[in-house]
Design a protein around this ligand. Structure first.
Ligand SMILES: NC(=O)c1ccc[n+]([C@@H]2O[C@H](COP(=O)([O-])OP(=O)(O)OC[C@H]3O[C@@H](n4cnc5c(N)ncnc54)[C@H](OP(=O)(O)O)[C@@H]3O)[C@@H](O)[C@H]2O)c1
Length: 309
């Protein structure tokens, strides 16, 4: 007999990743619940998302990360909790963690991370505590003994890839391109719906219990020089390349006001320091998603760039 599919609570289903998570959870036939704030129903865009999720089979539960009673009620209905709140709301997960601890019945908690590994980034002091907040949540989850998986998916494809890592542009360059550093350090881009599919696949997997699931799909790991080469082949044109040194990038970060400078901080972290790829996944105790779940089809960078030609 087939094992019963675990029941999943998504916090943040009106958001970018949370919406993908709710859809992926349904696609993989999990009974799916979404914790939704009252205010979301008053926003027409969010309401449309909620209606489509509800029609597809998601059970909407009213509540909020600030309302412990609503959290406990929601947690009682499920086996797995996935949180996808925004990077500015990371510490708001503390009450959720307490509620999960109190309930004592959750088999897996996936906190809101979905980026670089906060324990591996080498840019402390530069990121306005972006990563230390995510690391603080990790430590709390571990201290409470809550079963977890952390998903380190690296960059979403919607982050920087549409402009080929040119923060000042909205579309990929057609004439000239700025390459940060020597252009040889590799970064990773994964489409949001694919991040969601890998996340749903890992939440019941004993192999990833209390581990980090990294996404480094073959075909999605490239340096800036390689990205420029691929794009040149697609548009059948050579780009004029300007190399921006580490010192120059640090000057841009210093002179650009927060939060506009964060994209440059991410570029520094990934394409100068190599924070997405400098470490070996296996020897750091993590697992890689495409190796664990080869049945999950994902969009490669080349396929994504085809849509921009
Ligand atoms: N790797 C990358 O390139 C990348 C890029 C962007 C984001 N991320 C990461 O992805 C994760 C999700 O970010 P996102 O951009 O998808 O978020 P988002 O679109 O801003 O969505 C946030 C969601 O959280 C909900 N929420 C906020 N406060 C809440 C509360 N108190 N109670 C219940 N729900 C609450 C919001 O609901 P309402 O509708 O009620 O506001 C919304 O559904 C974050 O960890 C972020 O750092 C990664």
């Amino acid at each position: 007999m087939e094992k019963q599919k675990s029941r999943v609570l998504i916090v943040g289903a009106t958001g970018k990743l949370g919406h993908e998570l709710a859809k992926a959870s349904l696609n993989f036939s999990h009974p799916t619940f979404a914790l939704v704030r009252d205010s979301a129903f008053a926003d027409p865009t969010k309401l449309a998302k909620l209606q489509s999720l509800s029609e597809a089979g998601v059970t909407l539960l009213k509540g909020s990360l600030q309302d412990e009673e609503s959290l406990i009620e929601a947690i009682k209905k499920v086996d797995v909790v996935i949180c996808a709140v925004n990077s500015t709301q990371i510490l708001d997960q503390k009450l959720l963690i307490q509620a999960i601890k109190k309930a004592g019945s959750i088999n897996r908690f996936i906190p809101s991370e979905f980026g670089l590994d906060p324990d591996k980034v080498q840019i402390s002091g530069m990121d306005y505590n972006f990563y230390s907040r995510k690391a603080e949540i990790r430590r709390l989850v571990e201290a409470e003994g809550i079963p977890y998986t952390y998903v380190s998916c690296n960059f979403y494809m919607s982050c920087l890839l549409p402009s080929l890592v040119q923060p000042e542009l909205k579309a990929p360059p057609r004439d000239k391109i700025k390459i940060y550093g020597d252009g040889n350090i590799k970064g990773v881009f994964v489409k949001e719906c694919d991040v969601a599919a890998f996340t749903i696949n890992t939440m019941d997997d004993p192999l990833t219990l209390n581990k980090v699931l990294y996404l480094r799909p073959p075909g999605n790991v490239y340096s800036m020089n390689e990205l420029a080469d691929i794009w040149e082949t697609k548009i059948k044109k050579k780009l004029q390349k300007t190399y921006v040194s580490e010192e120059e990038l640090l000057r841009i970060i210093r002179e650009t006001p927060y939060p506009d400078n964060m994209l440059f901080v991410f570029i520094y972290s990934v394409f100068i320091k190599g924070d997405q790829t400098y470490f070996d996944i296996e020897s750091s105790g993590g697992l890689e998603g495409t190796q664990l779940y080869p049945h999950v089809k994902y969009t490669t960078i080349s396929e994504y760039l085809d849509t921009l030609v």
